[in-house]
Design a binder for this molecule. Structure first.
Ligand code: GRG
Length: 300
């Protein structure tokens, strides 16, 4: 494991991304294990693409609490596998019905719908198995981490947000309604990624946890506002997924609510608030600060 603490952001990000590729590959069942087709499809969905924003947040938050790399790798894998599962299920015909993800055919197109359904299920359970691995950290802390990830993924988190999203097609949501949908659908897992990273190390003071939580919530919302902006400004080739889908599907977005310039202003505001929340941590929050900028200014 070779993550240099002091190098420039691009180098650090590349190192974490490479480390994640290895860590995920090691933790996913071998493509030769029976049933091979399911295991190959799981690896197809989770490896070889993606920005790894959530793992990057986990690693960055670990810097606040002196977290050991091996523990961060496991926590980051768990979060990323939940994310990978959500993308596979989200792309299914019964949900967003998409054919392109990370520049490649979606899992159900490359394999088939039933396999994609099982891939999502199996990635999700593997995520919890990784986080439950004996000796990862002290048992009480581990239960706290498991509960945090389960809550963030379930009906009061990501799945709930997806349900609101599906029900919102063709409707005009106001800003608080849109905010709730995204706080659950995208924000809950991003928040969990941050908090899990901190939980991998020394305990934070209660007020530090509160500040970190404030950062995580702002960062999650920022991610989504930028996602909405990119959906209508970037090309399918750049995004690696079908662009313009929100408008085509008549989905409420920050752009439909605030218009493009308003959404851009809101993103800048959220970035500012996210950075403000990190101020009390000083240099310990360097990577989280850089990630807030990355999330704000990303092109895909
Ligand atoms: C199906 C249970 C279930 C949940 C799906 C997260 C989600 C809920 C759906 C994803 C649909 C989507 C495009 C949401 C917008 C924000 C988002 C999560 C984008 C994809 O995440 P990135 O940009 O993807 O981090 P990469 O490929 O970089 O990992």
């Amino acid at each position: 494991m070779n993550i240099c603490p002091d190098c420039d952001f691009q180098t650090w990000m590349g190192q974490v991304q490479a480390e994640m590729e290895t860590a995920l590959a090691e933790r996913l069942p071998s493509p030769d294990a029976i049933p091979q087709r399911l295991h190959q499809a799981m690896r197809y969905a989770a490896l070889g693409g993606g920005k790894r924003v959530r793992p990057l947040l986990t690693w960055a938050a670990g810097q606040l609490s002196n977290a050991p790399p091996a523990r961060l790798a496991a926590a980051a894998c768990a979060v990323e596998l939940i994310h990978a599962y959500s993308l596979v299920h989200d792309d299914l015909p019964c949900m967003d019905d998409d054919v392109l993800r990370r520049g490649r055919p979606t899992c159900h197109v490359e394999y088939d719908e039933a396999t994609a359904l099982l891939v999502g299920d199996a990635l999700q359970t593997r995520a919890f198995e990784i986080l439950a691995q004996p000796g990862l950290t002290d048992p009480a802390r581990q239960v706290e981490m498991l509960a945090l990830l389960a809550h963030a993924s379930g009906s009061l988190g990501m799945c709930g947000g997806q349900a609101i999203d599906l029900a919102a097609v063709g409707k005009a949501l106001n800003q608080p309604e849109l905010e709730l949908m995204h706080a659950l659908k995208t924000g809950a897992l991003i928040r969990a990624a941050v908090l899990l990273g901190a939980l991998c190390g020394d305990p934070l003071q209660p007020e530090e946890r509160e500040q970190l939580d404030r950062f995580a919530k702002r960062a999650g919302l920022l991610f989504q506002v930028v996602d909405d902006i990119l959906d209508c400004t970037a090309s399918t080739a750049t995004l690696g997924k079908t662009a313009g889908k929100d408008e085509a599907a008549d989905k409420p977005t920050y752009v439909s609510l605030l218009e493009l310039e308003g959404a851009r202003r809101y993103a800048a505001e959220l970035r500012h608030e996210a950075l403000e929340a990190l101020a009390p941590f000083g240099p310990r929050a360097r990577r989280l600060t850089e990630l807030a900028d990355f999330i704000c200014h990303r092109q895909f």
